[in-house]
Ligand binder design. Structure first.
Ligand SMILES: *Cc1c(COP(=O)(O)O)cnc(C)c1O
Length: 415
């Protein structure tokens, strides 16, 4: 195992000036106005976000407003139940608003403020990104337009209420299937018209340059903190680091600080109900190279190159592509991509709730489930899991479909 040795200069080499991670990334939008807007955005990011003033203001926001650093926690009861593997969590569920997404939204909001913009624009599917961005907009005193399909507005009523409470305008999108894909198109169109006074904020480490770079950098605080905290707690580095992969923001932020270390990295994709097309959202595992939403990466597409239908019981993971940096790290063999299905993730959710008093998001439960799978193999390893968010938003769904998990707990007690 020495494939980590080539990564000392990684952050200087990737992405390239035009936003390429190897052959992945770039900007493939066909609207020249938007290409220009994103180019200006990249320029602003590369100058403003590197200034001492920006960095110190963001540091203060993270501490005073977000409650960072979030702790690293050793799951002693759960580890004892399973055997010799020691499971640790990076507690992003304790970040303000209950998930990691606020880390890049506050960075994007601060950048918008420094650029003199008045408004933040985004789309949202399940509403998690919309809530995080509306929070940032309220903090910075910016307007906020969140584009959301009418079907999603109906399904995600609590998050719609949250966004409105925070002062955001939720714009219903009524075209096509009235879900995330149409909301993305509507948000891009709005941005093309308003880019002189507004910025567009994507919800993950994907999209055209500079988003994969910018979101990666803002999320890197997670891995930087976790690496130092884990070392202080144990005196060494973890054997494995695990994170779930939707578009890839919590995972890339967690992984990058460990790239040059002798640590095995695991990105966990949602297997949903199984390997059949439409039953999962495991983009790296089952996808291939292509262009979607303005960037080149690995994705699940149909014969016409259109996004394929995807599914997972974790709505934050059902995205048909993955950020370009993941595609490159996959090809390099530096990060392993594995899959966990709906039911295995829910088992992990029940175990963490009962054994540690922490109810995780279903997204994060996919990463935890992989650590539990490793623990069942009985090796004396230390595994650090990025617990990307808390599960309050998922309780109703879990109880309706799976109950309270008594059968799962009994099964594990009898092993
Ligand atoms: C959105 C979300 C994810 C997935 O997004 P990434 O960009 O892949 O990190 C994971 N966990 C939680 C709690 C989320 O809200």
């Amino acid at each position: 195992m020495n494939h980590y040795r080539d990564f000392d200069n990684y952050l200087k080499e990737y992405p390239s000036e035009n936003g390429y991670f190897g052959k992945y990334g770039g900007n493939y939008l066909d609207n020249p106005e938007l290409v220009k807007a994103f180019f200006e955005y990249a320029e602003a990011y590369n100058t403003i976000a590197k200034s001492a003033q920006f960095i110190s203001e963001l540091r203060r926001i993270r501490k005073d407003f977000q409650g960072r650093p979030t702790p690293v926690y050793h799951c002693q009861r759960l580890s004892n139940l399973l055997g010799r593997t020691q499971i640790y969590l990076k507690r992003e569920d304790l970040n303000h608003t209950g998930a990691h997404k606020l880390n890049h939204c506050m960075g994007e909001g601060l950048l918008a403020k420094y650029m003199g913009k008045k408004k933040l624009i985004a789309e949202t599917g399940a509403g998690q990104h919309g809530v995080a961005l509306a929070t940032a907009a309220a903090y910075f005193g910016l307007e906020c337009d969140i584009y959301m399909g009418e079907v999603d507005i109906e399904k995600q009523a609590p998050n719609v209420t949250r966004m409105k409470m925070l002062g955001a305008r939720v714009v219903p999108v009524s075209r096509g299937l009235r879900t995330l894909k149409e909301a993305v198109d509507a948000a891009f169109e709005a941005y093309a018209n308003e880019y002189k006074t507004a910025v567009y904020c994507i919800g993950t480490a994907a999209g055209p340059h500079p988003f994969p770079l910018m979101v990666r950098d803002f999320q890197q605080v997670v891995g930087d903190e976790a690496r130092a905290q884990f070392k202080e707690m144990t005196g060494h580095l973890p054997d494995r680091v695990v994170a779930c992969v939707g578009g890839g923001s919590n995972s890339i932020g967690m992984f990058v600080p460990f790239l040059a270390d002798p640590v095995e990295l695991y990105g966990i994709e949602p297997l949903g109900r199984g390997p059949k097309t439409g039953d999962n959202a495991a983009s790296v595992t089952y996808g291939k190279e292509g262009i979607m939403h303005g960037f080149n990466s690995i994705m699940l597409a149909d014969e016409n190159g259109e996004p394929a239908p995807v599914y997972s019981n974790a709505s934050g993971l059902d995205y048909p592509a993955v950020g370009p940096e993941h595609a490159m790290l996959h090809d390099m063999g530096r990060v392993h991509y594995e899959t966990v299905g709906d039911d295995e993730a829910i088992e992990a959710l029940f175990l963490l709730s009962r054994y540690e008093g922490i109810i995780p998001a279903i997204e994060s439960s996919h990463a935890l489930a992989y650590a539990i799978r490793v623990a069942k193999e009985g090796e004396p390893l230390s595994v650090l899991v990025n617990l990307s968010g808390r599960g309050d938003k998922d309780l109703e769904y879990v109880v309706d479909h799976y109950g309270y998990g008594d059968d799962v707990i009994k099964k594990y007690q009898n092993i």
